[in-house]
Every structure is written in C-alpha cells, then in structure tokens.
Design a protein around this ligand. Sequence first.
Ligand code: SF4
Length: 81
Amino acid sequence: MATTEIITCINCPVGCRMEVTHEGETVLSVKGNTCKRGDAYARQECVAPLRMVTAVAPVQDRETPVSLKTRTPIPKKLIDD
Ligand code: SF4
C-alpha cells in the first residue's frame, strides 16, 4: 500500500515542500521539488533518513565532558545505539 508524505527540503533556504509517495522502500514519485537535490533528499529522507549527531560525553579523569559529532550523517534509526 502506497504512503504519501509531505516533507520540506532542507538543502537550501527556499525550503520547497515536497509530496513523496512510496511503497515501503520504493519511492514511486516526488513532486514539488525545483531541483535534483530536492529529489535526492526526498528519496533518502522517506526511505532511509540520515542525521548528523552531536553529543557530549564524560571522559575518565577529566572534569568537563567532550563534545562529539559524527564525521558523516548516520542512519537516523541508529542514533540511540
Ligand atoms: S528542491 Fe532545490 S530549490 Fe527546493 S529547497 Fe531543495 S535544494 Fe532548494
């Protein structure tokens, strides 16, 4: 069964609102984007979203925690891990 989601492209300040129809991990259509970057973002975001992750972590023998950031975007579903 196909699902339609409305998402906003975050690749530039224009912020195009896009309608993405997909069936599971198969994207059937993307509408509303005005460039290829939006199409690629919509397909990634609806099927396997990625996020940069920042955090602070305690370090043994150190009073202040250390700031951390992933080197590349990681799958959103792995953030808690
Ligand atoms: S689809 Fe293209 S123009 Fe629209 S917000 Fe995304 S990057 Fe910007």
